[in-house]
Design a binder for this molecule. Structure first.
Ligand code: PRX
Length: 631
């Protein structure tokens, strides 16, 4: 295993080196992997196009690096340890050797069903080892995986399948989540009514739910896998060949298919995993995310396996069968590194210490958070009650688009500060810019967070829409990648993310586009116009607040609220449902017709006494009406 940065001094030296000589820095790290052919140029880039290429000309397969490379040294070591939703169901462990065999078998299943290099394959699955196996098998055959979170609706699923023109869908009969079963095959069936590109649907049997199988199209995983050979030579890929697409919400209704490529992503996922969490040989590492999100891609599957770690995978939810479940899993599996989201921490804190106290958490060495800003109160609780003031907490800032952790302390090595992501990883060059795009020098400044130099795991495009990629990330500020986040830099040069500055809402750590929710609500025949904003929510971080103008005065407001939220569930998914819906007769708009969300946000946050200047509004009187509402 490669050597980790092991002191603050060493971090500073490594950071310096990575800035002065980025190519040499990354080349040295890339040398630690297995290549079929070495690259020519380390980096070529032009943010104005944008075009970014790392390790051009190199040939490799990322799965050889995740699995084959480890067989000799750690073939018997557990690669994936899986914990079922139901605490009485037996857990499963797959050694590197076993995982390798399963991945090869499923790669053969894919091939036998017509999949080939460059195809897009959609995965809509519960958190079972077969999801990881399917991801890895796609990459082994050189197909591009597009994992869709199993909480999304049929419409979201079909939109994503169509956008990427996938030819295979891999799903399950159902998924266990807490006390519920998600009918994944039924949802897939509904989605497949409008996805002409899907030729095969491979169904993993998990819940034994009654489902229908369409002859010729639908096939069972278990029936295919027994016919498959456990040998599959990995497809040879170029460094810049696409590895996966992962959808994220944007400021229009259409989700963006973020595309990541092979070699740069691999080098960065491994490097950031080892250093941020200070992973040591033999550690048991658990990230509670779902593989349907980027955190699961980079830090359940790729990062840990590339580093030869043991990665735990949990099927269920934090509160089932009770709010002690996470801590029970930590105790039973002697988890050393635990990585979760602030929303889970807040939810579990609210349940009380009687769910924590029964468990022995002494195996924990490192804690982490991701996905949204963590408030100081939750940070302190996590530190005191879970870490027993003995575990560094890494607050990791990054995005689907960045592929890996960008700003974070390195556990126990670089300083931490509650609510601060702190310092950039080596190779990452953040900067803050003011509204005019001028870079803000020095400390004690607040602005918009940009990155001014490429890093290996950055997204290369939005699938099928390079212009949108350019417009979203590279046009606001010249020659910089714009993150969409606001951020401050304190007197010591540490970074604190203050939240989104665009139309993306982070709800329970999930990215939701306000436009996406608005267009789902607008489908209701009585809805004329909608404006969505976020408001502070004690558990979710942000709640969804909808202001809605109706065509006709609703007779039964509660019923209408439910119907509107049902449409959101159907079109986006239950995570995007509005927490509050306020019916209004008008929205605060500028003379040019732009909704003043700033005002709506303040009212939703209960700060209506402090609305600032509203004189530029077309009709300032609507504000008075909106302010008087109490739900
Ligand atoms: O606003 C930031 C927030 O989550 C956004 C990225 O969301 P997504 O692409 O879904 O990826 C989430 C998992 C990497 C960011 O633009 N965010 C993520 N991590 C943090 C954060 N905000 C504050 N602190 C963090 N540690």
């Amino acid at each position: 295993m490669n050597k980790n940065i092991n002191s603050f001094e060493e971090y500073k030296i490594e950071y310096e080196k990575s800035i002065k000589n980025p190519e040499e820095f990354w080349e040295e790290l890339a040398n630690n992997f297995t290549w079929k052919k070495k690259w020519g140029k380390v980096l070529s880039w032009d943010f104005s196009k944008p075009e970014i290429k790392w390790f051009e000309g190199g040939k490799l397969n990322i799965i050889e690096n995740c699995l084959d490379r480890h067989l000799e040294t750690r073939g018997e070591q557990t690669a994936i340890k899986w914990i079922a939703n139901n605490p009485n169901e037996q857990s499963r462990s797959l050694s590197y050797k076993e995982l390798h065999a399963e991945v090869c078998k499923f790669a053969n299943v894919l091939k036998n069903n017509g999949a080939k290099k460059g195809d897009r394959i959609c995965l809509y699955m519960p958190m079972v080892p077969e999801l990881a196996i399917a991801v890895l098998a796609c990459a082994r055959i050189g197909a591009i995986h597009s994992v869709v979170f199993a909480g999304f609706s049929a419409k979201s699923l079909s939109d994503r399948i169509n956008d990427a023109d996938c030819n295979i869908l891999i799903t399950a009969d159902g998924g266990f989540r807490g006390a519920k079963i998600t009918p994944l095959k039924d949802i897939s069936d509904e989605a497949m009514q409008s996805t002409p590109s899907i030729k095969k649907c491979i169904v993993f049997e998990r819940t034994k739910s009654k489902i229908s199988m369409q002859i010729g199209r639908d096939i069972w995983w278990h029936k295919e896998i027994i016919k498959a050979n456990s040998d599959f030579p990995a497809e040879i890929m170029d460094s810049e060949d696409p590895l996966f697409i992962l959808y994220t919400s944007g400021s229009t209704g259409k989700p963006k298919g973020i595309l990541h490529t092979t070699a740069g992503y691999m080098v960065y996922a491994e490097y950031s995993f080892r250093n941020v969490f200070q992973y040591k040989e033999g550690d048991v590492y658990w990230c509670t995310a779902d593989i349907g999100w980027i955190t699961g891609h980079s830090y359940i599957v790729y990062g840990p396996l590339l580093a030869g770690a043991t990665t735990l995978m949990f099927e269920g939810v934090p509160t089932y069968p009770d709010a002690g479940r996470f801590w029970k899993i930590v105790e039973e599996n002697k988890v050393n590194i635990f990585y979760t989201a602030p929303t889970a921490i807040r939810a579990l804190e609210a349940k009380g210490m009687e769910f924590v106290n029964p468990y022995d958490l002494s195996s924990l060495k490192v804690l982490g958070t991701v996905g949204e800003p963590i408030n100081e109160d939750a940070w302190r609780w996590y530190d005191k009650e879970i870490g027993k003031e003995n575990c560094p907490i890494v607050d990791t800032w990054w995005q689907t688009e960045t592929g890996g952790i960008m700003i974070s302390n390195l556990a126990g090595i670089t300083p931490s500060k509650p609510t601060f992501a702190t310092l950039p990883l080596p190779g990452i060059q953040p900067c803050l810019v003011d509204e005019k795009g001028k870079e803000m020098e020095g400390n004690n400044v607040e602005g918009r967070l940009c990155i001014k130099f490429p890093w290996p795991s950055m997204a290369r495009t939005i699938y099928g829409d390079h212009q949108r990629f350019k417009n979203t990330y590279f046009t606001a500020f010249e020659n910089k990648y714009f993150t969409g986040d606001g951020c401050l830099r304190d007197e010591n040069g540490m970074y604190r993310i203050t939240g989104r500055v665009d139309d993306v809402l982070i709800v329970s750590g999930h990215n939701l586009g306000t436009a996406e929710i608005e267009s789902a609500m607008d489908e209701h025949e009585n809805v004329c116009e909608t404006a969505i904003v976020g408001y502070p929510h004690p558990i979710k971080g942000n709640g969804v607040y909808a202001y809605i103008i109706c065509h006709n005065q609703p007779e039964d407001e509660e019923r209408l609220r439910k119907e509107i939220n049902d449409l959101v569930t159907k079109n986006v998914g239950p995570i995007a449902k509005a927490d509050k819906i306020q019916f209004v007769s008008g929205l605060p708009k500028t003379r040019s017709g732009k909704i003043m969300r700033r005002i709506l946000r303040k009212i939703a946050a209960g700060e209506s006494d402090n609305l600032g200047d509203i004189s530029t509004l077309l009709d300032p009187s609507v504000v008075d009406e909106i302010k008087t509402f109490v739900q």
